[in-house]
Design a protein around this ligand. Structure first.
Ligand code: SAH
Length: 465
């Protein structure tokens, strides 16, 4: 066995630390340049299609390896000149070296490719990605790890695939008011002698600083994620934060005692103000609590929801399901246009937000339940709820097959699929197709400029027999 392994090792056409000159053939879905040496695949950071680069081989595996650019011999005409290395290296903005136009077509192609390869639907129309006008400084939420470096509390971002912190103050894709607040809060906590969490030893105190800022309201929430509940001088610290940052309406301590990569723990304690912020979306007001999901790019989320509503061709007779509803943003945005909205969501706090949001906006024809979408959909099917339109907006892993079964049993005219992961959407639309729903068209919307994340909306219609 070991002989076989040794032999294959010897057969690699490249060796570690050796230099090679290669031409980049394609861009991986993670934004890495792809090259081949005698059929062996190399992934190369900061390298774009058609570029010719001199690289050093850094890592070799059985199927592919990684290399680092030493010199660009020929540059792509689509290279964005002033891209910052640390933004590529941290994965904050792994496409920021590619012109925005090309980022948009890259995303459109990603969707076309998965529909072809996974769903076997090569003929579905995938429209050009809807762009953001100013594609930077858009994130309304930041989750920033804290570490002790040279005796100082330091904020920044992890190097890709690692937990090595690269110090950063300008995060480029975040609301600049959030960037400033992070530095300010870090300095206040340093003055109070707050200790950074040490991941390896699982000791220390402050793990993350999370900030949310309403795009329209400018209301700010600060969440300090700590390893232990006991927070020395918490009230005093909250007072100083509030004084230095007048937009802050909510300061929360979130306790995460586990040794885990999951950022937030289960318990929250309000240190100052309210337990939520409010913001506007398509003219309605939404309350957003600490644990609730909220799209990070408000301007583009409005376009996304608009596309979803247009696809749905809503009328007053429609009964709508808003599945994976979060704080109810989709269902409540369209409640005026339809007869009734039924929504469900797994996070209890978000469901409460959705119910409150219906009330705040004077909406009386929306029902939101807490629970797993796949379970509640079956329950509604048994109760003979008859939706005409079903919106789904699941997390990256996509839909549960039994959710698709229940939906098809209810025979809605249209299913509008909002996806943050085209690969799982492609898998799911194939299941829908087997049950008589045809994918008519797909519209990508750029919710995450400068990153490789792709968001899109697909319209499925029921084929009449
Ligand atoms: N539609 C909302 C939220 C979309 S994010 C918006 O646009 O803001 C996906 C949501 O699905 C999250 O709120 C997450 O908590 C929820 N979720 C994840 N798994 C779920 C499941 N099995 N059942 C119901 N909701 C789920």
């Amino acid at each position: 066995m070991s002989i076989i392994k040794e032999n294959t090792m010897k057969d690699y056409p490249v060796k570690k630390n050796e230099e090679q000159i290669v031409t980049i053939l394609d861009l991986s879905h993670e934004g890495m340049g792809i090259a081949k040496v005698d059929g062996y695949l190399l992934f190369i950071e900061n390298a774009l299609p058609e570029e010719e680069v001199r690289v050093r081989i850094e890592k070799i595996g059985p199927k592919f390896g990684f290399a680092k650019v030493l010199e660009w011999l020929k540059e792509s005409p689509y290279r964005e000149e002033d891209a910052k290395e640390e933004l590529l290296r941290t994965g904050i903005a792994p496409l920021s070296h590619l012109t925005y136009e090309k980022q948009l077509s890259f995303k459109q192609e990603q969707v076309t490719n998965v529909l072809k390869k996974i769903a076997h639907m090569p003929d579905v129309t995938v429209s050009p990605t809807i762009a953001m006008e100013q594609p930077s400084h858009y994130r309304n939420k930041a989750q920033i790890p804290v570490q002790k470096i040279n005796g100082q509390l330091t904020t920044g971002f992890y190097r890709k695939h690692s937990h090595t912190l690269i110090p950063l103050e300008d995060f480029y894709i975040q609301d600049p008011a959030i960037d400033e607040a992070i530095s300010e809060i870090r300095d206040i906590l340093q003055r109070f002698g707050v200790k950074a969490y040490n991941e390896e030893a699982h000791e220390g105190f402050l793990r993350h600083i999370i900030i949310r800022r309403g795009h329209y309201s400018h209301q700010m929430m600060v969440i300090l994620v700590t390893r232990k509940p006991k927070f020395f001088q918490a009230d005093k610290i909250a007072e100083v934060i509030k004084e230095m940052l007048p937009e802050v309406v909510s300061i929360i301590q979130n306790v995460n005692e586990e040794k885990t990569n999951v950022i937030m723990g289960p318990t929250n304690r309000v240190l100052y103000g309210k337990s939520y912020i409010e913001d506007q979306l398509l003219g309605k007001t939404f309350r957003i609590s600490a644990q609730s999901f909220y799209q990070v790019n408000t301007e583009q989320a409005e376009k996304l929801y608009q596309v979803a509503m247009d696809f749905a061709q809503l009328s007053k007779n429609d009964t709508v399901v808003d599945a994976y509803s979060g704080i109810g943003t989709i269902g409540l945005s369209l409640a005026d246009k339809v007869d009734h909205v039924y929504g469900m969501e797994i996070v209890a706090e978000a469901v409460k937000d959705a119910q409150t949001n219906a009330a705040i906006n004077g909406i009386t024809n929306a029902t939101y339940l807490e629970g797993k979408a796949e379970k509640i959909m079956h329950q509604w099917a048994r109760e003979e709820v008859q939706p005409t339109v079903v919106f789904v907006d699941p997390p990256r892993k996509g839909l549960d097959a039994s959710f698709i079964d229940a939906t098809c049993e209810m025979q809605p005219e249209r299913v509008v699929y909002i996806s943050c992961n085209p690969a799982t959407m492609a898998r799911d639309v194939k299941l829908f197709a087997e049950k008589g729903y045809q994918l008519e068209k797909v519209q990508p919307v750029d919710l995450f400029p400068q990153t490789v994340h792709v968001e899109c909306v697909g319209l499925l219609t029921r084929v009449k027999d």
